[in-house]
Structure formats: C-alpha cells, structure tokens
Write a protein that binds this ligand. Structure first.
Ligand code: SDX
Length: 429
C-alpha cells in the first residue's frame, strides 16, 4: 500500500507521508504543507482532520466498534467497575489488584471538599445550571490544590486524577443538594465510588440511601460507556486548552463547558424532553420524525446521528438492552422507553435516516436508565461529565507526554475586508 500521497498544484508535485495506525487507519501528514506549498487545508468541523495520534480509544464508525486500550466495551459489562476502567484509560493497562485497591482507596479517602469549597455552593442561585456549577467548581478546586498545577510524572498524575475523579462526584452531589434546598451529605469513606455518590445525592440526615447491587452495576456501566470517545468535541477542547500548558483542572473545566452543548453531552437531556413531549400527546412519534427531517424547523431527532458512527453506536445498543432489563429489575415501568423504541423503529425504516446513516447514539437511551435510578433530568449531562472525566485526564496526559510545548493553533482563510483606513467619526456618513 502506498506510503506517500502526491499533491499536484500550480504544475508542481509535492510528496506527503502517509501515516498508518495500528488498526489500519491512514492519514496524510500535512505538517509541512504550508512551508512547502503555501497552502493550508480547510475542514470546517474537522470531519476529515486528525488532531493527534492516540493509543487510548479506538472507534470504527463503519463497523460500530469501540475499544478502550484495545478492550471492547462489551467486555466490561459482566463486572462493571468504573474505577478500574478509569485507571486503564489513564495508565494504558488494567491495574493489578494492588494498584486497583490503592487507587480505589485514594478515591474513597479524598471525596471530601475543603469547607470553603462547600461554602461556595451557597453563592449560586438554586436555579443555577449544574454544568455551570461543575465547571466553575472544578476550576475553583485547583485553588485548593496548587501542588497539582504542575504534573510531570505518572505518580503526580495519579494523585491529581484521584482527587478530580473522586471530588467530581461530591461537586455534582453538592450542586444537586443545593438546587433542592437540602443540606449536603458528606461523603462516606467506607463506601466505594458509585454507592458513595448516590449516598451524597439521596441520603437524608434521618435516612441513609442504600445502593442496590443492580443500581450499582447499572451506574458503573453507564459511567464506563461514557468514559472516553477519542477526539470528540469536549475531549478536543481539553487537549486544546492543555496544549497551552494550562493545568489539568482548567482543561477539564473547559471540557465540561463543551460537553454542555445540546449537540454533544447535553443531548441526553434533550432526548428525555423529546420523549416527554411525545408522551404528553403534543406530537406523535411519526410527526416528530417528520419534523426532524425538515431543515427549516430546527428540530433534530435527539440522540440520533453521529459524526463518526455510520452504524449503530455500540453504546446505544448496550444501553437500549440494559434499559429493557433494568426497569423490570427495579420494579419500574417507564412509558418513555416504549416511545423511544417506537421512534427508533420508525427512524431506522425511514429513507432520510437510512441515506444519512443516522442511528441511535449514546444519548438515546442513557437518560431512561438514569431516570430509573432516580437521577433528575437536570443532572443527566453532569453524569456524562463524571463518566467522561477519566477520558479527559487520559487524553490530556497523553498529549502532555507526546506533544510537549506544541500549542494547538489552527489557521484560517480570511474572507473579510481588504485593506481600508480609519475614518474619523466626524467624517463618517
Ligand atoms: C455525543 O463526537 C463524539 O464522539 C460525541 C459523543 C461522545 O461520546 O463524546 O459520541 C457524544 O455528542 C453524541 C451525539 C449527541 N448529539 C445528538 O444526539 C444531537 C442530534 N444529533 C445531531 O445533531 C448530529 O447527528 C451530530 C451533531 C451528532 C453529528 O453532526 P454532524 O456529524 O455534523 O452531521 P451533520 O449535522 O452534518 O448531519 C449530516 C446530515 C444533515 O442533513 P443534510 O444536510 O445532509 O441533508 O444528517 C442530518 C443533518 O441535517 N442529521 C440529522 C440528525 N443528525 C444529522 N437530521 C435529523 N436528526 C438528527 N439527529
């Protein structure tokens, strides 16, 4: 297979190296394009542009494959352990028993927040969007950990990762409790990751929340399925910010802001609103699918479509099945699940969606499972952020190790005014 690409421009030929990944993906290396030809590339939305080489996550969008450090996500379903997967993503291999226990103990020990951080929550309006609080408080957290601003070694990254991955739960739970006008529930170091989070979310001073094995497994798996997804919008944001040598906390706080968008992590909230609208009788599933096809209406079939997957998102497949299994296990019936299944069936048989290869993505069923667990809709995207945090840390650290001092700075094609001059205001018409 050719290892070179030839660009012919202005009757000249330019050779460019072909880079090939471990799964056979190939790219034209255009590192010297501008120096050699004076040309840049233009690729709005970066649909054809690789920003880096990475060994963390592999996606095959045509085949609907997703692997973390080579391990298919389906392998994590039997004994879902989010903390173990977080370690795998960040450090590149599955932890030994000792490494896992040490990391898990770190997370349990460091879930608490400095009391001054807890007081910060009082300054937010109760109606403050939790993603705004989360981003602000992740940045604020760095003020209490100046020793973690400079991370040069894997050991220091493990400490920072443990603090962030542990405390993001507490930040999320405190934001929720504040929005409800309820007292915060302090973390319990005797509890492991998911039970401790749900304890902080739902226990009361007079009644402790008990996390069932079913809920514990379901939420571990949801977090695992959200843990990384190569160079998506929020991860690319984390890398972009980290490329300026900004610290890990600032980079992840920026990632939260990118994830918040309804076209990205915010879609899980929009899916539930769409399903509720149909359930409320304002519109039928068929009518909604027709509406989503009309460009001028601005509506989209939320939870459908993906920049990379042109087949089923493997996460959506798993989440759709888990939703069907979990609800009966919890003694729940959710009419929104039937509506979702109906929407999926209509869309998958509709030429508009078939031609555009639009399938359910990770957000289509995740909200139904979160709802069954008792997570309020306003916290859905926060749950996505909790799950995605290890992926952001892994990608930030990989970049820090491989592209030291290479700040990300794309070019542009200027389409504004050609040269003009300043006109004093007294002479303007
Ligand atoms: C996530 O990148 C990642 O990996 C993200 C993510 C992760 O784990 O990090 O997987 C998480 O963000 C999942 C996506 C969640 N967002 C949604 O569910 C919102 C609804 N989906 C879309 O807005 C859209 O599909 C995107 C944003 C997900 C992808 O957009 P693209 O790749 O830019 O595709 P596009 O907008 O160019 O659409 C191509 C065509 C267009 O029609 P034409 O102009 O060709 O006629 O498909 C249409 C679009 O109008 N289209 C849809 C649609 N998605 C695309 N039409 C109706 N409903 C939709 N959902």
């Amino acid at each position: 297979m050719s290892k070179k690409a030839i660009l012919t421009f202005d009757e000249k030929q330019y050779e460019m190296r072909i880079v090939e990944g471990s799964e056979g993906e190939r790219a034209i290396d255009i590192t010297e394009l501008r120096a050699k030809t004076g040309l840049i590339t233009l690729d709005q939305g970066y649909g054809n542009t690789g920003s880096c080489e990475s060994a963390i996550t592999f996606i095959d969008g045509e085949e609907g494959i997703l692997r973390y450090r080579g391990i298919p996500i389906e392998d994590f379903e039997t004994t879902p352990n989010f903390v173990e997967v977080a370690w795998l993503l960040i450090f590149g291999r599955l932890p030994t028993q000792k490494e896992y226990e040490t990391f898990a103990d770190e997370l349990s020990e460091h879930a608490y927040l400095d009391e001054n951080m807890r007081l910060h929550f009082e300054s937010f309006p109760r109606t403050a969007p939790p993603m705004a609080i989360l981003s602000a408080m992740i940045n604020a957290l760095s003020c209490f950990h100046p020793e973690l601003h400079e991370l040069e070694t894997a050991a220091s990254v493990e400490v920072a990762a443990a603090r962030l991955i542990s405390k993001i739960r507490t930040l999320a739970a405190y934001a929720y409790r504040h929005s409800q006008g309820q007292p915060v529930i302090y973390p319990d170091p005797a509890l492991r990751y998911v039970p401790n989070f749900l304890h902080m979310m739902f226990s009361q001073p007079y009644k402790r929340y008990a996390c069932s094995e079913t809920v514990r497994n379901a939420l571990n798996l949801i977090l695992i399925l959200h843990a990384d997804h190569e160079q998506n919008c929020s991860t690319s944001t984390v890398r972009m910010v980290g490329s300026s040598q900004a610290n890990l906390f600032a980079s992840c706080a920026a990632g939260v802001c990118a994830l918040w968008g309804p076209l990205h992590g915010g879609a899980n909230v929009e899916v539930l609103r769409m399903l509720a609208q149909i359930h409320g009788g304002q519109i039928t599933p068929k009518e909604y699918v027709e509406l989503a096809k009309k460009k001028d209406k601005g509506a989209r079939l939320m939870g459908f479509g993906h920049r990379v997957y042109k087949n089923f998102d493997p996460r959506a497949k798993m989440l759709g099945r888990i939703a069907g299994e979990l609800l009966p296990q919890l003694g729940r019936h959710d009419p929104l699940l039937e509506i979702a299944r109906g929407l999926e069936e209509i869309a998958l048989e509709d030429p508009y969606f078939i031609e555009r290869k639009l399938y359910p993505n990770v957000d289509f069923y995740s909200g139904i499972i979160l709802r069954a667990i008792g997570i309020p809709i306003d916290m859905f995207t926060v749950m996505f952020a909790i799950g995605r945090l290890p992926g952001w840390i892994a990608q930030w650290w990989e970049q820090r190790q491989t592209q030291v001092n290479k700040i990300a700075r794309p070019r542009q094609i200027y389409t504004g005014n050609t040269k003009s001059h300043y006109i004093p205001i007294t002479e303007r018409r």
